[in-house]
Design a protein around this ligand. Structure first.
Ligand code: ADP
Length: 170
């Protein structure tokens, strides 16, 4: 059925780990879509090794969105446009925190349009209190022993504590 595909929006990212900023964007998307498919990328965009393996990043996403039937969490490899075609999804959502996000997001959206002209990109802004938050900043603060409890869900906090337990972080 066409209707199903139309109302689903893909939310791709590395989610290394998922933060309250990501959660905010996924839930906001449900105001304009029936379903959100949170899609964690196997490879990170910078080519750097992620702090958490793919399986852990997916598990954390599933934990934070457990009980939210309209939010599905999956992983994908390869091109986003190919994954969108395979899932019959017509729109992708991305979060825009500040002007600094804009240039990269604009380039990606234009390139993806070349690859898949029918795929639309939707940009949402988070709650202002989350607009400074990035997964990399959360990782950095956690690695140095700072309190990141205001920025991530409790299950993610536990994983960060295990990952960067004093003295073993790198
Ligand atoms: P990050 O930049 O945090 O490492 P990802 O690559 O996982 O994140 O990002 C996936 C998407 O989520 C991107 O569109 C990114 O701009 C968005 N995003 C990340 N953090 C936030 C936030 N605090 N508020 C709004 N959008 C965000």
């Amino acid at each position: 059925m066409r209707r199903r595909g139309k109302s689903a929006v893909l939310y791709p990212g590395s989610f290394d780990p998922v933060t309250l900023g990501h959660e905010d964007i996924a839930r906001r998307t449900l105001k304009v879509a029936d379903r959100v498919i949170v899609a964690v990328a196997e490879s990170s965009s910078g080519g750097r090794a992620p702090a958490f393996p793919l399986g852990d990043r997916l598990e954390m996403l599933r934990e934070v969105f457990a009980g939210e039937a309209a939010i599905e969490c999956v992983s994908f490899g390869g091109l986003l446009v190919d994954f969108a075609r395979a899932r019959d999804v017509r729109a992708v959502v991305r979060g825009l925190r500040a002007v600094s996000d804009f240039e990269y997001e604009f380039q990606m959206a234009q390139m993806n349009r070349e690859l898949h002209p029918d795929l639309e990109f939707i940009f949402l802004t988070p709650d202002a209190r989350l607009s400074f938050l990035s997964a990399s900043l959360v990782r950095e603060v956690a690695r140095l022993g700072g309190d990141v409890s205001p920025f991530v869900s409790p299950s993610v906090l536990r994983r960060l504590e295990q990952r960067f337990r004093a003295g073993t972080g790198q």
